[in-house]
Design a protein around this ligand. Structure first.
Ligand code: DQA
Length: 147
């Protein structure tokens, strides 16, 4: 099983960026933890961060035939990007959406996600654990599909 982990804009600044909201964990640490969790789940994890919408769209296209699942924190593109949602729909690769913060507790413009309707589900508000539990949920889902 191979999982593509996509991190959207500004997530490269994790650890330094609004630590009161996003915590002190860095993106490198999150990716390390995901790789370890992946080993436990016998899933290979490939992570990519980009601040550019088109790079993320390309990565979703390139996942076809390479990865069986996508774990995505689209950052602010969650709330703006029809293109990312359309790319996920086009490749039809099972996707779990995650957020460090609870987006429903924050500004109204963060309450809507273009990704959520095309995702299996969403985990929001648990900091770095959102990613870990998101990976577990995604792998469980894929194993159920395969059995
Ligand atoms: C975020 C929430 C988004 O609203 C925000 O734009 C981010 C991070 C989160 O992980 O909590 O960049 O996706």
């Amino acid at each position: 099983l191979s999982i593509l982990v996509l991190h959207g804009p500004n997530l490269n600044l994790l650890g330094r960026r609004e630590p009161g909201i996003y915590g002190s964990v860095t993106l490198g640490e999150i990716n390390d933890r995901l790789e370890q969790e992946g080993q436990k789940l016998q899933a290979k994890v490939n992570a990519l961060q980009s601040n550019h919408e088109g790079v993320l769209v390309d990565a979703i296209h390139d996942a076809l035939g390479q990865h069986q699942g996508i774990l995505i924190n689209a950052g602010a593109y969650t709330h703006t990007s029809v293109a990312l949602r359309d790319a996920l729909t086009a490749v039809a690769i099972p996707t779990v959406e995650v957020h460090l913060s609870n987006i429903y507790q924050r500004e109204a413009f963060r309450h809507h996600s273009f990704i959520a309707p095309v995702a299996i589900g969403q985990i929001s508000g648990f900091g770095a654990d959102s990613y870990r539990w998101g990976l577990q949920a995604l792998v469980n889902h894929l194993r159920k599909l395969a059995s």
